[in-house]
Design a protein around this ligand. Structure first.
Ligand code: AMP
Ligand code: MG
Length: 426
């Protein structure tokens, strides 16, 4: 008797939105768990999540900063224009004020460069374009308001104020900020370890020569690449055959990690054993299908790991290579962000584009179809890539986005605005 008959299969097929909510709720629970951290050199922390608060080590800016090249002036001197002021020196970014200078007096101006400290007494900078230099004096052609072209000391942040919260994902703006406060090392959360287990008797390692009836294991590699891009560490397990004993052994290994990603074996066929074998680990299935294409047989839940007895989440991703990649992005990436300690609710990076050619489809499923975008960034157009279905890796590699087709409506006209998920952002 194949193991697929050993357990009663309870179907729990959700809409796309319901399934997203289930995963988000689970992600919220995972965010509460304590997690390990480590200290890394600043640049090595790119893509990680902050395990500490980053604080301003001094006022930002540390002095009233000129934002234009021109003349630092007292605005009282600029009320009646043109006005003639005496130039008493020059101050440039990183430079010193003239020796003996203490403050700008009435009737005086000082030549100043962008990024330089505005001297005491001055309360504005007039742009050089609005002046005429004449030897020791400068003629102001227009008046200026107090504070013009000056960023006051501490106006961006006061010394000691928090700038970044724990749980912030580190991208280039956060690297810049940490650098600006002198942090050459950061405390970040350790990468979650994500086990990847491909199943299927027909699946063989990529460095072996496949027989005519065999398929190279591309899914373990696409998933590993996606796991890395999500800021986690992939653990590629050996390929599991469609046989419960070995599958169980490898699943037990996978459940020791922070999340188990399975590929294949979740459809309703006689050799689709994943759900049955998961049941041996007291699995709780949060859903066993989603009304989407590709990826309808997607399974999500949690199971008990043998050694620590605690729950580990799993995704049973459909084995078709495009289904595997798409369902990872739509669901698994959200959970991995949470496991990384990222406190942001990760919404999918959707945008809008106008349809180039009409689409006729059937209702019922939310579709995420490979497509290409063209045109202007603020007036983008989108067109489906011709594909042979969810095994067509070559077509998917030509796509740069997924076109989202809602479950209602059978006919979409050229020019209609559609939701698009750009792939390069993932
Ligand atoms: P399954 O979900 O197990 O029914 O597999 C669906 C399809 O995906 C089949 O055509 C498989 O050959 C293919 N497939 C399953 N696993 C992999 C894998 N690891 N790499 C590439 N293709 C796979
Ligand atoms: Mg299979």
């Amino acid at each position: 008797m194949p193991a697929s008959q050993a357990h009663i299969r309870i179907e729990r097929v959700l809409s796309f939105e319901e399934a997203r909510e289930r995963v988000s709720a689970q992600a919220e629970l995972l965010r509460q768990l304590p997690r390990k951290g480590e200290q890394l050199a600043l640049l090595s922390s790119l893509g990680r999540t902050l395990a500490e608060e980053i604080v301003a080590d001094r006022d930002f800016p540390p002095f009233p900063r000129a934002t234009r090249d021109g003349y630092a002036v007292r605005t009282g001197d600029t009320r009646a224009v043109p006005a003639e002021l005496k130039v008493v020196g020059q101050v440039r970014a990183g430079g010193e004020l003239p020796i003996g200078f203490s403050q700008l007096e009435r009737g005086q101006a000082i030549s100043i460069m962008t990024g330089a400290p505005v001297p005491n007494g001055a309360d504005a900078v007039i742009m050089v374009e609005h002046t005429q230099r004449n030897g020791d004096s400068v003629r102001l052609l227009r008046s200026v308001a107090s504070g013009e072209n000056v960023v006051p000391r501490g106006s961006e942040a006061r010394s000691g104020t928090p700038l970044l919260n724990r749980g912030t994902r580190i991208s280039h703006p956060q690297i810049a900020l940490a650098a600006a406060v002198g942090r050459s090392k950061l405390n970040v959360y350790s990468r979650p370890r994500i086990a990847i287990l491909s199943t299927g008797d027909e699946v063989v390692p990529i460095d072996s020569l496949p027989a005519d009836n065999q398929i190279r294991n591309s899914n373990s590699f696409s998933l590993a690449a996606q796991v890395i891009a999500a800021g986690a560490e992939p653990i590629q397990l050996p390929i599991a055959p469609d046989e419960p004993g070995r599958l169980r052994e490898l699943m037990a290994q996978g459940l020791e990690s922070d999340l188990l990603l399975l590929s294949g074996g979740v459809s309703a066929g006689e050799y689709d054993l994943v759900e049955d074998v998961l049941s041996d680990f007291s699995a709780e299935f949060l859903f066993t299908g989603v009304q989407i294409q590709p990826g309808k047989p997607l399974v999500f839940g949690r199971a008990r790991s043998g050694s620590h007895g605690s729950w580990t989440c799993f995704f049973g991703l459909p084995g078709n290579p495009i289904s595997t990649m798409v369902t990872f992005e739509l669901f698994a990436s959200t959970l991995i962000r949470a496991l990384s300690g990222d406190t942001a609710q990760s919404a999918l990076p959707g945008t809008k584009a106008r349809l180039r050619k009409e689409i006729r489809t059937k209702t019922g499923l939310t579709r995420f179809l490979p497509a290409t975008m063209s045109g202007n960034w603020n007036d983008a157009e989108v067109e489906l890539v011709k594909w042979q279905g969810s095994g067509d890796l070559a077509a998917f590699a030509r796509a740069d986005c997924l076109l989202v087709i809602p479950p209602v409506g059978e006919h979409f006209n050229p020019g209609e605005w559609m939701t698009v998920l750009p792939l390069e952002k993932w």
